[in-house]
Ligand binder design. Structure first.
Ligand SMILES: NC(=O)c1ccc[n+]([C@@H]2O[C@H](COP(=O)([O-])OP(=O)(O)OC[C@H]3O[C@@H](n4cnc5c(N)ncnc54)[C@H](O)[C@@H]3O)[C@@H](O)[C@H]2O)c1
Length: 322
């Protein structure tokens, strides 16, 4: 199948590209490289350096690639940057998504798979969160991801575009830089590689649902075969940030290091875990890589010097069978 991956030079997008190629699909990438890296894009995959907000340029790329399916991962993903500059966040995440949807409609794309976030839910009423839970985002980032979901449904209904929305928990794994959303594992692993203790914001008792990046990429491929709809992509398990730090210290053989604590940051959720039951039933998708195994692979990648080339990520992260 002909596919286009927006944000394909980014952390998660580059794993989606890898797995699509492994499954025999044709892949093109649209990315403005504001946070992405060209070396993450495998040789032979065309990289269109375009900003999502540039309607004419985005339409041109979609018309040229003529994808049957579009995986939409390009976004402003930094929660703190969205707090500082909510209008910029809205422009990329909402207006940019609308530009892409319009280009999909004009060029007869059949299926759009949108990468959304657990941030759309806000503070949970119960855990793990099912897809029907109320959405009351706490951050401009969560609000912009939710607004873009709305436009996906509009185009799904009105333009006959099959639409799948995947709400990811906290994604981690090889290829992630120590910044941006969900970057806590990358930040801890990078500090450990430098012999520094993990830095924890807040008490460390805040919980997250950590999902390995290859599992997330596999969810995108599973969505391609599915009927469309809304799916959580997580493990269903809460893990505290303190527990995460302890497992990493143990794996690195550095239990002598004590995590350092810093004041909590605004706009962050206290507890989170996503119920992945629907993705299991409808898409046949289940997470495969448990936290210890995923953290060990991430540490091994960091200790190898954090290579970003597609070939190195292939070797260290694991493929579709991972
Ligand atoms: N990392 C996580 O834990 C997590 C959790 C939930 C949801 N998500 C979602 O997954 C997707 C991918 O996130 P990621 O962690 O790989 O982030 P990333 O920053 O590594 O990737 C985003 C990519 O989008 C590109 N991009 C940014 N603005 C753009 C623009 N205006 N036009 C074109 N390209 C642009 C960047 O250059 C980058 O390559 C995002 O939609 C994000 O909201 C991520």
């Amino acid at each position: 199948m002909r596919t286009l991956v927006t944000g394909g030079a980014g952390f998660i997008g580059s794993h989606v590209v890898r797995l699509l190629l492994e499954a025999g699909h044709q892949v093109a990438v649209l990315d403005d490289l504001s946070a992405g890296r060209p070396e993450r894009v495998p040789q032979g995959v065309s990289l269109h350096r375009v900003q999502l907000e540039e309607a004419g340029a985005v339409d041109e790329v979609v018309a040229q690639v003529r994808p049957q399916a579009v995986f939409h991962l390009a976004a402003q993903v930094d929660v703190q940057a969205a707090v500082r500059e909510p209008l910029r966040d809205l422009t990329v995440n909402v207006a940019g998504s609308l530009v892409l949807l319009e280009a999909c409609r004009r060029n007869g794309v059949e299926h759009l798979v949108y990468s959304s976030s657990a941030a759309v839910y806000g503070e949970p009423e119960r855990l793990p969160l099912p897809e029907e839970a109320a959405c009351k985002p706490l951050s401009p980032y969560g609000a912009s991801k939710l607004a873009a979901e709305g436009y996906c449904w509009v185009y799904g209904a009105g333009a006959g575009l099959r639409t799948t929305v995947l709400r990811y928990a906290n994604v981690y794994g090889p290829g992630q830089e120590a910044r941006a959303e969900g970057g806590v594992v990358a930040s801890f692993a990078t500090r450990l590689a430098q012999g520094e203790p993990p830095r924890i914001f807040g008490s460390g008792r805040q919980t997250r649902d950590f999902i390995y990046v290859t599992d997330v990429a596999r969810a995108n491929l599973a969505a391609l075969e599915g009927p469309g709809g809304l799916f959580n992509v997580g493990t269903g398990r809460e893990r505290s940030v303190l527990e995460l730090a302890q497992v990493l210290l143990e794996l690195a053989g550095r239990q002598d290091l004590q995590p350092r604590t810093e004041p909590a940051r605004p706009g962050e959720i206290e507890r989170s875990a996503l119920d992945p039951g629907r993705a299991g039933t409808v898409l046949g998708w289940h997470p495969r890589v448990d936290l210890r195994e995923g953290l060990a692979r991430t540490l091994a990648w960091t200790q190898a010097g954090s290579p970003m080339e597609a070939g190195a990520l292939d070797a260290l992260a694991g493929g579709r069978g991972a």
